[in-house]
Write a new protein. Structure first.
Length: 374
């Protein structure tokens, strides 16, 4: 056992020397997470504010002005233009100058003062369905509040039969960054971890140093573990770096155990590093290995991990593919620990799935890693 540890240490020391001679790799490993978290953290946002609104007020009454004020009371809408003809709204939609239009017909105020039903129309640009959905929800809330206010003016104060009070847990302000940064942490670790180890064994084959390595008593497991250890330590630095940036700049809460968080991240890192080693062992070519690593990491982690799109809403075939990807389990358990403060009793299934993937990759690497150069 001692000899195995010594040979593994020797392989790890050899890989550290490779890293020291290639400072660009360290820049990639530690600089890329910083760039990505700021880029995605600030650029990717589901917080829709200041929707461009066109006001077509054909009534010009105190009631119509009050309705416009209700729509612009928050930051959801901002008035960008005022028109008299509703037909001119489509031109603004086509030029993307506006995303919504509030049309108030003549007689709106008079009908309200008489206690009659009054109608106003909200036109939406459906080409941007996300903005349109949020605008529609806010407009519905405004119309319900305005209706209740008008009823109270006509028949006096009323008691609503049903009062809904909404309380949001774990992200009360519904900030996109709190939702995005944990998922972004997964994407970063997947990309960087797999890419780092995907080039290690392939580099040995291309440089011809693998023949010298085979002449030593170092076994396959010792080579794989020795290649794994230095990048695992770099990966832990990435986790600490990304988590610190998320907490400092994007107010991401850490509700759960920090030790559980790093234990979970360590297991995911091992799984991803081992995936890169499998790619390196099979391809034996740095260019091919880098291409396979890029294809098998970024898009699957971005689209099929639950980072942005819920896996439950995908077709059955895609859900089956996503079930084989460790990123899905890490995203789910990471949000559980960070945002909801869950413990091991909730995420043990995800930990088991990550462990199974790591063991599977290790077995494949050992089976495909032959002590031959042919």
């Amino acid at each position: 056992m001692r000899r195995v540890l010594l040979r593994t240490y020797a392989m790890a020391h050899k890989e550290v020397m490779h890293i020291q001679r290639d400072p660009q790799m360290l820049v990639f490993a530690l600089g890329m997470p910083v760039v990505l978290i700021f880029l995605f953290g600030y650029a990717v946002s589901f917080d829709i504010e200041r929707i461009p609104l066109v006001v077509v007020d054909q009534d010009h009454s105190a009631e119509s002005r009050a309705l416009v004020e209700k729509f612009t009371a928050s930051d959801t809408f901002r008035v960008v233009a005022r028109r008299q003809d509703p037909k001119r709204v489509e031109t603004l939609f086509r030029s993307s100058s506006a995303k919504a239009a509030l049309v108030i017909p003549p007689g709106y105020g008079r009908q309200l003062r008489r206690g009659e039903n009054a109608e106003a129309q909200l036109l939406l640009d459906g080409a941007d369905n996300t903005t349109a959905s949020i605008a529609l929800g806010y407009a519905t809330a405004v119309s319900l509040a305005a209706s209740r206010e008008q009823m109270e003016k006509v028949i006096g104060e009323i008691d609503m039969p049903l009062e809904v009070r909404v309380r949001t847990f774990f992200n009360p302000r519904l900030k996109s960054a709190v939702f995005i940064v944990p998922g972004l942490m997964v994407v970063i670790l997947v990309m960087v971890a797999v890419m780092l180890t995907a080039l290690t064994i392939a580099r040995e084959y291309e440089r011809g140093s693998m023949e010298q390595l085979f002449a030593t008593p170092v076994g396959r497991l010792e080579v794989i573990l020795g290649k794994l250890v230095p990048y695992f330590l770099i990966g832990l630095l990435q986790v600490l770096l990304v988590l610190s940036l998320g907490v400092t700049f994007f107010d991401v809460p850490v509700q759960g155990s920090v030790f559980l968080l790093f234990g979970l991240s360590s297991l995911f890192l091992l799984a991803m590093l081992m995936q890169g080693l499998v790619i390196s062992v099979i391809t034996r070519n740095q260019m091919v290995a880098s291409q396979v690593a890029a294809i098998s990491t970024f898009l699957p982690a971005l689209l099929m991990s639950g980072f942005i799109f819920p896996v439950e809403n995908m077709p059955l075939l895609l859900r089956g593919i996503a079930a084989a990807m460790p990123a899905q389990y890490y995203v789910r358990s990471l949000r559980a620990v960070l945002l909801r403060g869950n413990g091991l009793e909730v995420i043990w299934v995800d930990l088991l799935a990550l462990t199974g993937f790591f063991v599977l990759m290790l077995i494949i690497a050992l089976l495909r890693f032959k002590r031959t150069v042919a």
